[in-house]
Ligand binder design. Structure first.
Ligand code: MN
Length: 430
């Protein structure tokens, strides 16, 4: 792993919180993610299943976690099944967790090799009535790929058809939405690495560079500070490219006079950062760019104030829409008639600001969480309003990552310049 050892109490506490929500005589099973194939014998970089990680800290493929708080044998209340390792395997594949190391990472005392799974589970299943399994219930998930968990579920439910199966996902969404202090520190570390990268861009960007050269500056800074890389495909978009919301080609020349949008984030210890800024290629905003930029910035600052305990995400998004409507009227992009005749399901402001303002962030970039509950202390959100004007070649989004606090919010990305004067100052004093 590239990250420093995480305090085991995080995973111990997470398991305590999780098992409290289970029905009596229930066990829960979590499978790791697959190592995804490319072509021939190639594979993608491994990314752990985030529920398994949250409950164990195990960051290795072919791992299974079983939690059974009512197990007769106290040693079977928390069990890990891992890929077997020995000197020969270590020589070929590199180091894998030993049973002792797995305990040090997770705080789980009972660790078996995977080959013992069927035998041990036969015993545990004879005692259990309910079985909690995980499914991907993320609102925006649309993947058709069968996961390791999916394959496991088919096989396991066929082997034990008469147990009562339950969803662990609603519990996980509620738990993972509220970040503990250890998690906030890890999110801050990811944000700190990202902060270095954005500040580096302010020093090196020049008209004539290609967008991918700027992308290289990010990965350079990420890698040398222990990140495993981008937490999503980065968007580096000069001029009109910034008005294409999911522009990820990053292959055009940055022109003098362009505003360049950077939507970039990195991983640290499986926690994500996700930030957007728009910086002028030549170090100076034009008058119009500044007007639009400051309009977005006002909406962003006011929106950040509304991410407070007791508020609701749906109402919040409506309020942001009102703020944006006022700014677009001020910029002359829409008029009062547009607003008067607007479709309530697709208000006039959507012409220039067509995406959501906030999402949960944590172990996933678009983290799991409750979209209908009140906001509470410990929730971590992005805040990312934008204005996109293709006819003027201007696309601006300003995005920070914050954690809701008791008295005030913690802005994890406040070290990334976002005031016009600050940006121009930094770009002219490399
Ligand atoms: Mn975002």
């Amino acid at each position: 792993m590239r990250y420093s050892k995480i305090d085991t109490s995080l995973f111990v506490e997470n398991r305590k919180r999780f098992v409290k929500e289970l029905k009596p005589n229930a066990l829960a099973i979590f499978n790791s993610n697959d190592i995804m194939p490319t072509n021939a014998d190639g594979t993608m970089k491994f990314l752990q299943n985030k529920n398994l990680f949250y409950l164990s800290g195990v960051d290795q493929e072919e791992s299974i976690l079983v939690l059974f708080p009512d197990a007769f044998n106290a040693a079977h209340r928390e069990v890990l099944f891992l890929k077997e390792t020995n000197a020969h395997i270590a020589r070929w594949e590199g180091e894998k967790l030993s049973k002792e190391q797995a305990f040090e990472v997770s705080g789980i005392k009972t660790v078996f090799w995977l080959s013992e799974f069927d035998r041990i589970m036969k015993d545990l299943m004879s005692q259990a009535h309910h079985v909690y399994l995980q499914t991907n219930e993320h609102l925006r998930n649309s993947s058709e790929v069968e996961t390791r968990e999916d394959r496991f579920r088919k096989k396991f439910t066929a082997a034990y058809p008469l147990h009562k199966y339950e969803r662990s996902e609603p519990i996980m969404h509620a738990l993972r939405a509220v970040k503990s202090p250890i998690e906030v520190d890890l999110l801050q570390k990811a944000s700190d690495i990202n902060t270095r990268a954005f500040n580096r861009i302010l020093k090196v960007m020049q008209p004539g560079m290609n967008e991918y050269e700027l992308e290289a500056e990010f990965i350079h800074e990420y890698t040398r500070h222990g990140s495993t890389g981008f937490s999503y495909e980065p968007i580096i978009a000069g001029g009109v490219n910034a008005t294409v919301l999911h522009y990820i080609e990053n292959n055009k020349e940055v022109k003098d006079g362009d505003l360049v949008l950077f939507d970039c984030g990195c991983w640290y210890a499986n926690y994500a950062s996700d930030v957007t800024r728009a910086y002028p290629a030549n170090g100076r905003f034009t008058q119009r760019q500044k007007e639009v930029y400051n309009a977005v910035l006002r909406v962003q600052k006011a929106s950040l104030e509304m991410l407070r305990p007791g508020n609701q995400l749906h109402a919040y998004h409506k309020e942001v829409g009102k703020l944006m409507t006022d700014e677009l009227l001020g910029l002359g992009l829409i008029d009062k008639t547009d607003v008067k005749n607007e479709d309530p399901d697709w208000p006039a402001y959507k012409k220039y600001f067509m995406h959501g303002t906030s999402h949960y962030i944590g172990l996933d970039v678009h983290d799991v969480g409750l979209w209908t509950a009140d906001m509470e202390v410990g929730n971590a959100f992005t805040c990312e309003p934008g204005i996109y004007i293709p006819e003027e070649g201007i696309g601006i989004r300003i995005e920070d990552d914050i954690v809701i606090g008791e008295k005030e919010n913690l802005n994890l990305t406040s070290g990334i310049p976002k005031e016009v004067e600050e940006i121009e100052e930094a770009m002219h004093n490399p």
